[in-house]
Ligand binder design. Sequence first.
Ligand SMILES: *Cc1c(COP(=O)(O)O)cnc(C)c1O
Length: 396
Amino acid sequence: MADFETELERDLEAIRGQGLFRELRRMDSAQGPVIDAGGRRLRNFSSNDYLGLAGDPRLQEAAMRALQKFGAGSGASRLICGSLAPHHELEEAIAAFKNTAAALSFSSGYAAALGTICALAGKDDVVVLDKLVHASVVDAARLSGATLRVFRHNDLEDLETILQWARDKGAPSQRVLVVTESVFSMDGDLAPLAEIVELKDRYGAWLMVDEAHATGLYGPGRRGLADEAGVSGHVEVQMGTLGKALGAAGGYICGSRRLIDLLVNRARSFIFSTAPVPASAAAATAGIGIVASPEGAQLAATLWSRLAQFKTVAGPGISKEHRSAIVPWVVGGESDAVNLSATLRERGFYIPAIRYPTVARGRARLRITFTASHSTDDVCALAAALSAHSTSQSVS
Ligand SMILES: *Cc1c(COP(=O)(O)O)cnc(C)c1O
């Protein structure tokens, strides 16, 4: 057998050789429109902190109060003795915000996907995924042991073909679970949720929608895209994260009381894991409070006006119809994307390159994200820097 270190070096060389080597970059400041990295101040266009809540003093104070009352750690899994008041308050806040009967929080969105899909589908079932769903959903579907089928991105005809196939081949007891994202994390485009709901209802399938990049941003109550489309009551499983627009950390699932009771009994990533720290649950509850308030509406409006401004100044690199805070600036080659990211860093902008395996090979890009805390000056400066250094290939 080869020496451990030699073998790992060979793997790393292969990664480097493909232009895919990744490194952690240390940040010496809180999340915000400007960050300190490597001794420099950079305009930050990479965070998912869409409403600027991660650094908000009210979330910090909520976290500190919970820290003082409940301590630093949770002590155990929720089912042992870690089910602290802040977790229950958070779940009541999520259910009220999302207008569902119940909710369950997880240590991360990744853990929520893993625990939930494996609790709902097993080896006799079929899980049907959009081609571009997040890695957490792909990993969950694989781990579940269900038959995995993938439909072309946002392609209703392809989805219907698979649903028809599942109906023709399956035993009557077979479950079919369709999983999609509402706003896709690397392209920033939206799923046709009303049409997907119509299809899954017609074929008797279940639907899980990952609203990681939509929670806090869409619809009159900022509940997400399913609510904006008027179909949230027809989505069996609504998933999201507390770590993006809500400003804290953790994942959630919401839906019926039975769904949540089943997850408490079956979701292994929930059962066999220490409860998140009380400070993080309390910060998320405070974040939801702000998002659900009139101030949340204002923050979202500010974010959308920054996007609108970028569209008017950025030229053909972005479609006029684009309506998410995630703007893919597709470069193509992996090394080209890394070089453009480095050039922009020299000019004072922090926008990492996104490469395979996060996106397909040859579709490397800068993933630009706008937040409510960017100024109009930030947006102007970014557009100028981009037009000086690159041409984006439109993603669609
Ligand atoms: C970020 C993300 C997740 C994972 O959520 P975490 O709370 O960061 O673990 C899941 N799905 C999508 C689409 C995401 O973008």
